[in-house]
Design a protein around this ligand. Structure first.
Ligand SMILES: [Mg+2]
Length: 254
């Protein structure tokens, strides 16, 4: 009889171990296990999530492409989707330098600024078409669930238009804070935009998970000491700890 009791206790212990192992392997097996609090209960691994904007929360890629295409056409410079892909995740000024690789001649800084303003004016006109309908319902639901769980949610985007875009999507006041192209000196792959995002909500890089769709962004997260979940174009980037087939897969990580 006593032996039988020990057998049941042994079984329960084994099942508990299996349960804990399942939680651990639910996340990336190469990553450390979830944090255990003083009661031995599993808690959330991250305190905050930093989201890139374009390609993660919404897609403005087509607007950028159209605006750069019109800008390149106005300068009689060849431009296509392959060149456009090199502009993803980097600043407007750096994007222009890539486009100017095919420019015959030298452009003054004054003229460059004029071209950048021209591109942005076209882009902003195209953004006018954006509305709350451009926010995927599953993205919205996932963001709300993450907020309910008590995570600090911030934006880490190189875009100088992050705030007007979020407003159009109905997320103007949703995030705890926003780090964007208006408060950084160096764009991705430099980690500055993510470091500022974490600091704005009083968290360290180790407390935060970055969600990125561009290789430059994954590199920036890695350089800043952040864990990163890659989605879209960057999904196979080896520097990312997690792959997200769908935005809502974030819920399986935290
Ligand atoms: Mg992006």
């Amino acid at each position: 009889m006593i032996g039988g009791q020990w057998l049941i206790i042994g079984k329960l212990f084994f099942l508990t171990l299996v349960k804990i192992k399942k939680v651990v392997t639910f996340t990336n097996p190469n990553h450390s296990s979830p944090i255990t609090n003083y009661k031995g209960k599993l808690t959330m691994k991250y305190k905050g999530i930093i989201f890139d904007l374009d390609g993660v929360i919404c897609s403005t890629d087509d607007y950028h492409y159209e605006a750069w295409q019109k800008t390149a056409d106005s300068l009689d410079i060849y431009f296509d989707k392959v060149i456009n892909n090199r502009l993803r995740g980097i600043s407007r000024a750096e994007s222009l330098e890539i486009i100017l690789e095919r420019y015959d001649g030298k452009m003054s800084d004054e003229k460059k600024q004029e071209v950048l303003n021209y591109k942005n004016d076209i882009y902003l006109q195209l953004l006018e078409k954006m509305s709350i309908k451009d926010l995927d319902p599953s993205v919205k639901k996932t963001l709300e669930t993450l907020k309910e769980k008590g995570l600090k949610l911030t934006i880490g985007s190189s875009s100088k238009n992050a705030k007007p875009i979020l407003k159009k999507l109905g997320l103007g006041d949703f995030f705890h804070d926003i780090s964007d192209g208006t408060n950084i000196q160096r764009s991705k792959p430099h980690p500055e935009v993510f470091l500022i995002a974490a600091a704005l909500v009083n968290l360290t890089p180790k407390d935060c998970l970055v969600i990125e769709d561009a290789h430059a962004g994954v590199e920036a997260a890695h350089a800043g000491g952040f864990d990163c979940a890659a989605i879209g174009d960057a999904i196979d980037n080896p520097l990312a700890q997690y792959k997200l087939n769908e935005f809502e897969d974030i819920l399986k990580i935290i």
